[in-house]
Design a protein. Structure first.
Length: 220
C-alpha cells in the first residue's frame, strides 16, 4: 500500500497508538511541505511518544516556515515530558533560531531534568548565539559529567577564543573522552594558547587523542 498524505492523515486521527506512531514515521516519506503540514497535528497528540517523534522531525521540516516552527517549538519547551522538551531544544539549535535563546536559558535554569539541561547545552553551539557563552561557562562546572562534556563541545562550536583558558584544565581530565572533546574544541577555536595545549595532548597516553591532537595542530 502506497503512502499518501491522505493515508497518513487517516492514521494520525486513529485511536490506536501504533497507527499514529506509524503515521509520524511515514511522514518522512512525503514531500517536505506536506510533511510539515501534517506534523503540526502530531505535535499536539495526547501521547508523549507521538509528540516526541513529531517534534524530532522539525529539525528538517521546520525550515518550511521558521516563524511557525519557532512558535511550535517554544510551546514544546513547556511540554510535561522531558524527552519532548529535549527534542524541541535540539531542533531550535538545528534551525539556528537564535531568537529562542532566552527561552532555552530560562528552561535550563528552572528544569530539574538533566536530560533537558544536556540537550540545551549541546544545542547552543549549533545555535551560534554569542550570548550562549556565559551559560556554557556555567555548564562547564556542572556536577553532571555529560553536561560538562556537552559544554566543551559547544564552546568549541561557538568559536569564542575566550573559551581556551576555560578548557585548559580539562586537558588533563582523567576521563579520556573529556580530553578528546577538548582536542576537538581547541581545533575549532585555534590561536597560540590552543596550539600550546594541543602540543601537550599530542603526547597523550591514549592513541586516539594523540593522533587527533597531531592532526589538529596542522590546521591551528
Amino acid at each position: 500500500m502506497s503512502i499518501t498524505p491522505e493515508s497518513v492523515k487517516q492514521l494520525l486521527s486513529s485511536e490506536n497508538l501504533g497507527d499514529r506512531l506509524r503515521a509520524v514515521n511515514q511522514i518522512r516519506e512525503l514531500e517536505s511541505a506536506v510533511g510539515f503540514e501534517l506534523i503540526q497535528s502530531a505535535v499536539g497528540d495526547s501521547n508523549s511518544r507521538v509528540r516526541y517523534s513529531a517534534v524530532s522531525q522539525l529539525d528538517t521540516l521546520g525550515a518550511q516556515d521558521l516563524e511557525l516552527s519557532l512558535n511550535i517549538l517554544r510551546e514544546m519547551l513547556k511540554d510535561p515530558e522531558p524527552d519532548v522538551q529535549a527534542a524541541a531544544a535540539d531542533c531550535l539549535g538545528a534551525l539556528k533560531l537564535q531568537v529562542a535563546f532566552d527561552d532555552l536559558q530560562q528552561l535550563y535554569e528552572i528544569t530539574p531534568e538533566w536530560l533537558v539541561k544536556f540537550s540545551i547545552i549541546a544545542t547552543l553551539g549549533e545555535l551560534g548565539d554569542p550570548r550562549s557563552f556565559e551559560l556554557l561557562k556555567q555548564a562547564l562546572v556542572s556536577d553532571n559529567e555529560l553536561i560538562q562534556t556537552a559544554a566543551i563541545s559547544s564552546l568549541g562550536e561557538l568559536g569564542n577564543i575566550e573559551a581556551v583558558p576555560l578548557l585548559s584544565p580539562y586537558a588533563t581530565n582523567s576521563d579520556w573522552q573529556v580530553r578528546y572533546r577538548v582536542v576537538q574544541a581547541l581545533k575549532r577555536l585555534g590561536g597560540v594558547d590552543a596550539k600550546s595545549i594541543l602540543e601537550t595532548l599530542a603526547n597523550d597516553e591514549v592513541e586516539a587523542i594523540a593522533n587527533e591532537a597531531k592532526q589538529s595542530l596542522q590546521s591551528v
